[in-house]
Structures are given as C-alpha cells and as structure tokens.
Design a protein around this ligand. Sequence first.
Ligand SMILES: [Zn+2]
Length: 712
Amino acid sequence: MHFQSLLVPTSRPVPFTAPSAAPFTAPSAAPFTAPFTAPSAAPFAALFVAPSRWTAAVVWASAVLSTAALAQNTGGTTPIAPQRAVADTSIFAPLALPAANTFRAGSGAPGAGYWQNRADYTLSATLDTGTTTLKGQLVLKYTNNSPDTLRYLWLQTEQNAFRSNSLNSFIFPQESRFGARGFEGGNVFDKLDQLLGAASAPKRVTVTSRSQETVTRVDLAEPLAPGKSATLDMAWHFLIPEHGADRMGRDGALYELAQWYPRVAVYDDVRGWNIEPYLGQGEFYLDYGDYHLSVTVPAGYIVAATGALLNAAEVLPATQVARLAKAAKSDTVIRIVTEAELANGSARPKQTGRLTWKFAAKNVRDAVFAASPEYQWDASSYKGALAMAYYRPSAAVNWHDAADQSRMSIQEYSERWYPYPWPQISAVEGPISGMEYPMIAMENKSEDTYDLFNVVTHEIGHMWFPMIVGSNERNYMWQDEGFNTFINTFAEARRYPEKGDQMARAKEERNQVTTFMTRGIDKPVDIRPDRIDPRMLGLSAYVKPSVGLQLLREEILGHDVFDDAFRTYIKRWAFKHPTPADFFRTMEDASGRRLDWFWRQWFVENARFDQTIDTVATRTVGDTLEVAVQYGNRERGVLPIRARFTFTDGTTENFVYPAEVWSTNSVFYVRQYTFPGKKLSKIELDPDGRLVDINRANNGWPKGATAPKITP
Ligand SMILES: [Zn+2]
C-alpha cells in the first residue's frame, strides 16, 4: 500500500503549494539514464510518496480540475460553494435496468411466467407476372398466451411504405434506399374476416379495420381471452415494387417477395402491441409459428422459399427430384438444375400453364420466397439440412460457390454457437443485396466470391440472430446486426484464413470504431434504428456492437467464459423474445462478472477511451531497478490496462490489469515494480492495438515510445 497516499480522492483534491524540496523535473520525459535525484538514503516509500505525490497531483489536477475549482481549493478568497446533490455518475454505477418480474427473471432468463403469443399461418400467393401483381390469401390462427384479453390485433401492412406520401417517403429522400421512388403500390385488402366457432363449421364475420400506413388495426368480432385463439381469413393484393427498399422487389422476370402478407405484430409483456411503423431501417419483430406456404407461378419458374419443399415430384422432373435426395446426403455440391437444362427445357416438368410449389416450416417468424424462370439450382447439406443456392446464369461465375458457402456457414455457426434447427438454408440471387429471412439469404451477383461470402455468411448468420433468438429488430437493431457481425468474423476467418484470422478481422472493425470516436462522431449503440442517421447505421448497429462483444471475449471475460455466457444467452432465448436487459443480465449471470460499466460505456453511452502513461519514476537500489508508474485515463470509458515494459537487454514483461482497477479512481492508477538486474528502455500501453484508444501519442514512456499508430 505504498501508494495509497497518492490516491487523491477525486471529489476533494488535495490543495497543493510548491513543495519545499524540488520535485522531479518532468519525470515522464526524463531519459532513463537521468533518474530522479532524491537522496539514496531516503526510505523507498518516502522517496516515492514525497516527490511523486506532487507530480501525480499536478498531472491529475491539470487533467480533471477546472480553474475555478482549483482556485477554491488552493486557499483563494472565494468560500467553498455549498454542495450540490450529485447522483452516482461513475461509469461503474449500477446500470438501471427494468425491474425483474415473473416474465423476465433477474438472472436474465425467461421468468416462470414468461409467455409469448403464437401466429400460425396458411399462406398462398399467386404471382401475376403480366401485371406484376401478387394476390394473396391467408388463414391466421393467432393464439393469445398473454394474461390479457385482447379486443383488437395490429397487423403489419408494410407494402404501404412503397408509395408516395408514405411516412418513410417523407423521412428519406425519394431516390434513397428507403425512399418510395415515386412508386404507387400499397396493400389492398379484398377480404378481412374472422372465423368464429368450430373450425369444422365456422361462422364468418367481416371485421372492421383501420389502416395507419404500415400498421392496421383489426377489431376482433369477439374479445380474445387468455389461452384462446382467433382465426382470421384474409385476401389482399398489391403491385410489386421494383425497388422494395432493398428488402424485396423484382428484376425483370425475377421476383423476391417479402413483407408480402399482413403479419400480426407482436404483443409482449414489455410494451404491449409493438406498433412501430415500417420506415426502412428498422427491420422486423414477429412471433413464432408454423407456416404452410403455396406459391403459384408460371410453370417455367423455379421457386425458393422458407420451409421444406413438400411437393418436389409435382414441380420438378424426376432427375431433379433424385438429385435433391442425393444432395440431402452430400457434403459436396450437387447441381440440381444446370444452365443447359434451363436452356433446353428439361429442368421443368411442363412449359406452359402454372404450377403451385408447396412448402412447410415449423417454428419460424416469417415466410418469404423468390421465383425466377432462370434459376440454376445447387445443393449440398450439413447434418441433413440442405444448403442451397439459386442464381441466374449471369451470376454463375461467383454463385457456383454459393451452396458450399451456405453449407459452411451453417456448419460454423452450428458448431460454435447453437445447432441449426431448420431443414434447409437457401442463398438466392437477385436484385436484393443482403437481406435475411427464415431459411433464406438474398444477395446480388457480388463482385467476387469473397464479396459473395461476406454477404451470404452475414445473411445466414441472421438465422441465429434474429431468426433463432427472436429479438425486437425494430427497436434494438444491434441485438441482431451487431451480434451477427461478431459471429461473422469467425466464419470469414474460417473460410478465407489467408485474408486474416478472426483477431485480424476484429481489429479492422476496432479501427473503424476508433476512427469514429477520434473524430467525435461516434453515437451510442442503443438507439432505435429509425432514429439513426443512415450514414452511421453501419457503425452504430453493426460494427460497434461487434467490437464490444470482441472486447468482452478477448480482453474482459476470456474465450471460454464469454463463449459459455453467449451460448447461454442463445439457448435461453432461442425462439423467444429477449430484450437488451435480458442479454446484459444473462451475460453477467453466466460469466460471474458485473458488467454495468461495460454495458453503460459501450451500449448505452458513447464513451471514448484514452489511456496514458502519466508519470514514471525510476531508481536503482543495488542492482535492482525500482519503477513507479502512474497510468492515466483521460476519457470516460474504462478498459483493462495492457502495459509492456522493454528492458535494455531486449527482454520484455507484460502487465495486464482488469478494467475494474479504475473503479475507485477513474483518472489514475499507480503501480510499483522491481526488476533485479534490469535497466528500463521503454514502457508502452496496448502495444498490440488490442484495445480502443483515441490518442496513442500518450501511450509511451519515454515520450515518443508509443505503440504503433492506428491511422484513422
Ligand atoms: Zn444484417
């Protein structure tokens, strides 16, 4: 405890007057060969306490005190101002989370009374390629597992975004990604009935509805009591936009249909009905259920969709059916439909009229499809799950690899985090660049196979977040995009190790975050996506949360503890609806570390990070080198200290201190060391660039011995 007296309390600085003995002259800049001049007879402790007390106080004071406060505390004439009430503003203060309750436990797990509602759909779509119109019919069985009686349901009618004068068309420029671009589409209901009574002989009642852009309220014909189901029977149609905000659309004869049927919104214990409109950036929040999907298209079309294909024998020639069966047992790619077979017509059972493709999916939160008369089709499999790719000949140069990329993606995420639970995964090529739906990953031709894998493995990573872990994307984009970006670094490193291991990829992301922080334009992560400046979306919702998880894994919890906690989160919340608090709590509960400070600085606030070497004092007693170092923290954020001492004989020693060393004094931290037979050459902070630091110029001693610069 030699340096306890150095630790000046942050709330009441010790006033300083010039010490009677001359202090060190700029010790941090002093070369090693000119150690301090205190008498050698002085006891070691006294030696350090006396002079460096002042040095520390000066450095610290200049960093944190305002001139006024200094004047007050150094015997000025102004009396000390009455104390104002100040709450615990420390980065380490307990983070205020919603109180735990019967639905969501204090451990972060679903509580004993956890519930979520269920939405089972029987869907049918007819694609009219002449008028580019989709006509749909559905029967929705909505089960109310909540303790509340529901008198109305809210449906998402998101095609209403794709027309002039929609809310998103006002918020975003017309020609932008989320702009309507002058298209006049929109959802038109042709039938909206509730079926009452026995399923065998239902009574049909037309229900009233009120559309507010992308959400529509449906007033139930009778109240829906807890534990009961309501059945709605709907028909609708809409003009298919060419440009559906990069989430759906068409390109010539190719269609990618999502946001295509009225989907029931989520009613949950946290916010009741989640009625946030679809504006573009915020994606989806949907309940789980079983789906039956029928897609009727011209006979020449090949359809990829959410679910398992039920009627292969009706929509494919026998050769293709046999190849599919073979692919289901193959870990190498089988060409199901080749370009030549498309050209000569042998890939289709008939050339005219229509065919209906039937799919079924269990425990998913949405169902979509893509259809094209030009789709080549490849398939492989991983542990019985088909991994498929559908692409036009114009994209074949890159997409020949896509089925294998899909296979490797589900293998990677299954082995590391949670087993892939569905019967297939499909990568589909088309105008939509980078979009995910259950069992479907959409991407365009791509620049090359690296670029293709980058997107394909990202969209397939979404099968884990948010398709398995069903968080609320419209409110907490980072909980799916950020987590997914993080797991993608492992997939990328696995497929293309020559382009960098996982740490190298994580470092690239960390440098991006550092650049934004250094420029002072960094934003807090936990902002609703529709309120994020589109230019900041990639950093805030993808890269920054990914870097946060990486820091937790590499620098704070360690691989084993982090991986176990993260898997615990996935397992606890698979097919459920976790909130950020459930994530924070689970990570603490499973890891055994309180992380209020980390959640606050990385997800809630936009803390910056700047560690320094403030002061170094050295002397030699006999042949033993004694060193005292005052480490500094110049910004609000705290991270572990990673210091490397290099000696004149070329040897090095590393010292790592956990971030919690900043908990009693977030501004400086002092350690002393002895090194028998050594002479110190330099000290560096974070020499390998593992942490985030917005100013590395102050990371070295003597001055200039800084860690390698990370160029913004
Ligand atoms: Zn994504």
